[in-house]
Write a protein that binds this ligand. Structure first.
Ligand SMILES: *[C@@H]1O[C@H](CO)[C@@H](O)[C@H](O)[C@H]1NC(C)=O
Ligand SMILES: *[C@@H]1O[C@H](CO)[C@@H](O)[C@H](O)[C@H]1NC(C)=O
Ligand SMILES: *[C@@H]1O[C@H](CO)[C@@H](O)[C@H](O)[C@H]1NC(C)=O
Length: 513
């Protein structure tokens, strides 16, 4: 009995000691933060008496200049414009760059002018903890633990009043709310792990995250399944501890919503036992039921000025020569079109139609793919009607966007499809594969009227191309205009700002005052 008693008592005592030490540590950190915060505000030139609140953006790769960074800087610019009493804090791992250099790059890369006086950078030394190369095995787990360490470093340097993760590091939420006692929110581009991945391991299928050796061994597969299940359970728990979640597309929303609803009763039960029961303290009392879609702003200013009239009979494809873009399907579709309408293949008539493929080639594999595509065009007998522009410059691409009639995109299950948005903004009528972003987010009816076409097989694609090429002049212009209006409006900075507003982040901040 005595032995049994101590078996229960000792872990509970240890748990209590552990938990109290963390709380004590967090309390001291928050106490010390008052001076740190004042120092930051003074360094920005604010007087002691001014009441400012700090909004923290966790974005360790803020100087990367990609799509995720465009979202970050656009959000901060909007915040600076509308909230003079807020100071933005960016947690960055770019220790080799200065604040001035980062702001300069934001200006040149995105044409966003930020106000340095209400923006502070907290530079983090341990970004290597979230790098792939640090964790050759158990990458997901390693990076997640690494991100918690990085968030700890962040909180020891400055605790904001509201914390927004814009890079998908959900495991930082626990650290931040535990140490800082602050509200946490997120803008998610991509789920860290998806229910599909879990299902794939379950069915022992091969995939890029599931190598041959593992799918062929039952024990390893079981082990991997447990690892994924545990990971998913904790990922869901982390997301549920946020107060608001924004996502960049329907695709990401579907995944994040599935994860928010995810339940694993067996793991749930195991986590009732100490010491695992600690984890239950993290659950938010009011977790978000679903994520809100806030589309990233697309820069369509230039393209939206192109004339809608006088388009050439050019079918345009803009896509890197990567395998998933499926350029071969474009050649097959075009071939079908020319077979059904031989008049399009006659040269020097007003009827003749041309296919133009513009795209980057990154490496030898891409270059070989381009060679195979040229060979395929020859084999199909359409090579005199097809032109390739490999590694074309931005102005060359813009020039084709200003002249083409139809835009072709054949990638299956594309998450978004920025090229399709570009087509529409430029006044090019899109014909895209009926899946992913082009189906759900982009080519959707506007005021009940169509903004483009979808297809799946080469014959369907050819049919859609033919439909566009034979539109009556008035229909043609009104479709181009509608597609442009829709794309420019839906993927504008204004819509983006409205989406952030609707997420309610201001209310969370005010409730803290
Ligand atoms: C959302 O983010 C993912 C990952 O970075 C990206 O592949 C996708 O294109 C993004 N979607 C939009 C609408 O920008
Ligand atoms: C395209 O650019 C890549 C990388 O910038 C380069 O390696 C490749 O040789 C270029 N290809 C052509 C055909 O210009
Ligand atoms: C977002 O909210 C702020 C503050 O209430 C307001 O100034 C701004 O105009 C809003 N933006 C949009 C696009 O509605």
């Amino acid at each position: 009995m005595e032995v049994f008693g101590s078996l229960i008592f000792v872990p509970i005592l240890l748990l209590f000691v552990f938990w109290s030490s963390i709380q004590l540590y967090a309390w001291r950190l928050r106490a010390a933060n008052r001076a740190r915060r004042q120092a930051v505000l003074s360094s920005l030139g604010f007087a002691h008496t001014e009441s400012k609140q700090l909004v923290g953006f966790f974005h360790p790769y803020c100087n990367a200049g990609g799509g995720g960074e465009l979202v970050l800087w656009t959000a901060i610019a909007a915040l600076q414009r509308t909230e003079p009493d807020l100071v933005s804090v960016v947690y960055s791992g770019d220790i080799d760059a200065t604040k001035e250099q980062i702001l300069e790059k934001v200006k040149s890369r995105f044409d966003i002018a930020l106000d340095a006086s209400s923006l502070h950078f907290v530079f983090l030394q341990s970004r290597n903890m979230v790098e792939d190369s640090t964790w050759p095995r158990f990458t997901l787990l390693g990076q997640s633990l690494g991100s918690m360490y990085l968030a700890w470093e962040a909180m020891t340097k400055l605790i904001p009043d509201l914390y927004i993760d814009t890079m998908g590091y959900a495991f930082t939420f626990h650290v931040v709310s535990l140490l800082g006692h602050i509200t946490v929110g997120a803008y998610v581009h991509y789920p860290t792990i998806s229910t599909d991945m879990l299902a794939r391991v379950k069915s022992r299928k091969k995939g890029h995250t599931n190598t041959d050796t593992i799918s062929s061994s039952a024990t390893l597969s079981q082990f991997k399944l447990l690892y994924y299940r545990l990971f998913m359970y904790h990922y869901a728990l982390a997301l549920q501890s946020a107060s608001f979640i924004m996502v960049n597309s329907s695709w990401t929303k579907n995944h994040i919503d599935a994860i928010l609803q995810h339940s694993d009763p067996i793991l749930e039960f195991i986590h009732l036992l100490p010491p695992l029961s600690v984890i239950r303290f993290f659950k938010s009392s009011n977790p978000p039921k679903e994520a809100r879609i806030v589309y990233p702003p697309c820069n369509t200013r230039e393209m939206a000025k192109f004339p809608l009239e006088g388009r050439e009979r050019v079918i345009l494809s803009v896509a890197q020569f990567r395998p998933e873009k499926d350029h071969a399907a474009q050649l097959h579709a075009f071939h079908e079109l020319l077979v059904a309408h031989p008049e399009y293949a006659q040269s020097d008539t007003t009827k003749s139609v041309k296919l133009v493929l513009v795209g980057g080639s990154r490496n030898a594999e891409d270059a070989a793919r381009v060679d195979r595509l040229r060979a395929l065009a020859k084999e199909l007998g359409i090579e005199t009607h097809v032109e390739f522009f490999v590694n074309a410059s931005y102005p060359v691409m813009l020039s084709w966007l200003s002249r083409a009639s139809v835009g072709l995109s054949t990638m299956v299950d594309e998450h978004f499809g920025i090229n399709v948005v570009d087509f529409m903004a430029a006044g090019v009528i899109p014909v895209a594969h009926a899946s992913g972003g082009p189906l759900k987010d982009i080519i959707v009816p506007f005021n009940g009227e169509r903004t483009g076409y979808h297809a799946q097989t080469p014959v369907e694609f050819a049919g859609a191309l033919q439909t566009v090429l034979s539109l009556l002049p008035e229909e043609d212009i009104s479709l181009r205009r509608r597609a442009r209006t829709w794309a420019v409006q839906r993927f504008s900075e204004d819509e983006f700002e409205k989406g952030w507003n609707a997420s309610g982040w201001r209310d969370w901040l005010r409730s803290k005052k």
